[in-house]
Design a protein around this ligand. Structure first.
Ligand code: BTN
Length: 246
């Protein structure tokens, strides 16, 4: 069960790095590592993840998925959906999902997810890193769009442990569904929790930009974009921005 074992750290470079190293010792599936602060928090695409000390959730979850690796692209989306459901459960906030795994309120980022994976001998592992802004209300740093937090949106603080418990509960439910049935039901649920479909988007894949309308998710977790010539393209990785006028 996700969250049955919880390792609480005060300061660490990155909970994902810690979790990856811990995997060698064979901790049980669902082990959660949290920290009050990180000195080298990592984001997707080699970005930094900044978080004020002791205010937010900085968590990494260790999983040993046994489904075929082609289906693992669903795990970041599954995590985003779990966080989204947890936020709805503990607050009046209605977050939105942006492919592949950003959780937004309006156009402000509330949570980021970094999924890393590997193999030790015969055993495959996945570390799911979650940075969820809970009580931070001031974000100093150079952001394209200033992030947000639960406290900023709801106008009151939240107990990070309660929010984390809700995340673990929702993760457990969705991960069990995924273990039994694979990506399809998770992708269907993700699509109905996201407002991005039907909107004009720009997909950035290593600097190559493609513009079109987000129309669907592939069963492997890819984003399906319809280009202006009517052709369809699937993106498995990269960054997507939603055009303002859409
Ligand atoms: C992103 O949006 O770029 C993903 C951010 C993921 C941040 C979390 S915080 C806990 C875990 N440890 C890390 O170093 N990164 C993830």
């Amino acid at each position: 069960m996700i969250g049955n074992r919880h390792i609480r750290l005060d300061v660490v470079d990155s909970t994902n790095r810690y979790a990856r190293d811990l995997v060698r010792e064979g901790p049980p599936e669902g082990t959660v590592i949290t920290a009050q602060s990180q000195t080298a928090g990592r984001g997707r695409l080699d970005r930094q993840w900044l978080s004020a000390g002791a205010q937010n959730i900085l968590a990494s979850i260790i999983l040993y998925p046994t489904r075929p690796m082609e289906e693992w692209g669903g795990l970041p989306l599954l995590t985003g959906l779990a966080v989204c459901r947890a936020v709805r459960r503990v607050s009046p906030i209605e977050p939105d999902l942006k492919w592949p795994n950003d959780i937004l309120v309006g156009n402000r980022k509330l949570c980021g997810i970094l999924v890393e994976s590997g193999r030790i001998g015969e055993k495959s592992w996945v570390v799911v890193g979650i940075g969820l802004n809970v009580n931070q209300v001031r974000f100093d740093g150079s952001y394209r769009t200033e992030p947000t937090s639960l406290a900023r949106e709801a106008g009151r603080p939240f107990a990070t442990d309660d929010v984390l418990s809700a995340v673990c509960r929702e993760m457990n439910e969705l991960y069990s569904l995924w273990k039994g049935k694979g990506n399809a039901p998770v992708m269907t649920a993700w699509k109905s929790a996201s407002s991005m479909f039907g909107k004009n988007v720009i997909a950035d894949e290593n600097g190559r930009r493609t513009e079109g309308i987000a129309v669907d998710l592939g069963e492997d977790g890819s984003l399906c974009i319809k280009l202006s010539d009517g052709s369809i393209r699937y993106f498995l990785a990269g960054d997507v921005s939603i055009r303002k006028e859409s």
